[in-house]
Design a protein around this ligand. Structure first.
Ligand SMILES: [Fe+2]
Ligand SMILES: [Fe+2]
Length: 206
């Protein structure tokens, strides 16, 4: 893709998002784009891929549940329907991004696909998008500062913290937990425990 065509595509996606998302959600997407681009060089992620994945990740977040399930059914990807509708927008956005914008970059499509659940084999772009989505400047919840500090040190530690908090929250709300979320938790618990034991308390002070 030429640079000009690329800029045009990003502009088209931005225009569509501005027209279809609430003001609040559009600001969130902007925050994720900025944060993803800031984190990317640390793990060798291409800035254009980071921008594209971040722009697209919540493309379908405000769609009605019926439209999301239609997309998933059309793609014979119905396993999602056994879990909370809150996470359907992630795989749906991946399919819609491919259909509507002709995006074929598998790393971008997969990062979008797994942005709400995580997965065992998170690529660097998955990691950047997940952490950026969790800590972007508009986020304000208990623990977000811990995640931000961890992200400054190590994205894997930040992700492990975020996925654990997410699981705890899901358990608290009696929600089901998607299998790839457990796979992500297990993979990153192993990864972050190798060498020094994982000690979150090092990051919760000061
Ligand atoms: Fe999302
Ligand atoms: Fe998001």
């Amino acid at each position: 893709m030429t640079d000009a065509a690329d800029v045009e595509l990003l502009e088209r996606i931005r225009r569509d998002l501005r027209a279809s998302l609430s003001e609040r959600r559009y600001r969130h997407v902007q925050g994720v784009v900025e944060t993803a681009k800031r984190l990317s060089p640390r793990v060798g992620v291409d800035l254009r891929q980071a921008e594209l994945a971040a722009l697209l990740h919540d493309l379908c977040k405000e769609w009605p549940t019926d439209s999301l399930s239609d997309v998933l059914r059309r793609h014979h990807d119905t396993v999602w329907l056994d879990f909370s509708p809150l996470i359907w927008h992630a795989p749906a956005a991946s399919y819609v991004a491919r259909e509507r914008y002709g995006i074929e970059d598998v790393a971008v499509l997969e990062a979008v696909y797994y942005h709400s659940t995580g997965r065992g084999a998170m690529g660097p772009l998955d990691l950047v998008l997940w952490v950026a989505d969790y800590i972007e400047p508009g986020r304000d919840f208990e623990g977000v500062e811990v995640a931000r500090r961890l992200a400054e040190v190590d994205l894997a530690l930040a992700f492990r913290y975020a996925i654990k908090e997410t699981i705890l929250d899901l358990l608290e709300r009696d929600e089901t937990i998607h299998p790839t979320t457990w796979q992500a938790y297990n993979a990153y618990t192993r990864k972050t425990k190798r060498g020094a034991p994982f000690r979150i308390d090092r990051f919760t002070e000061a």
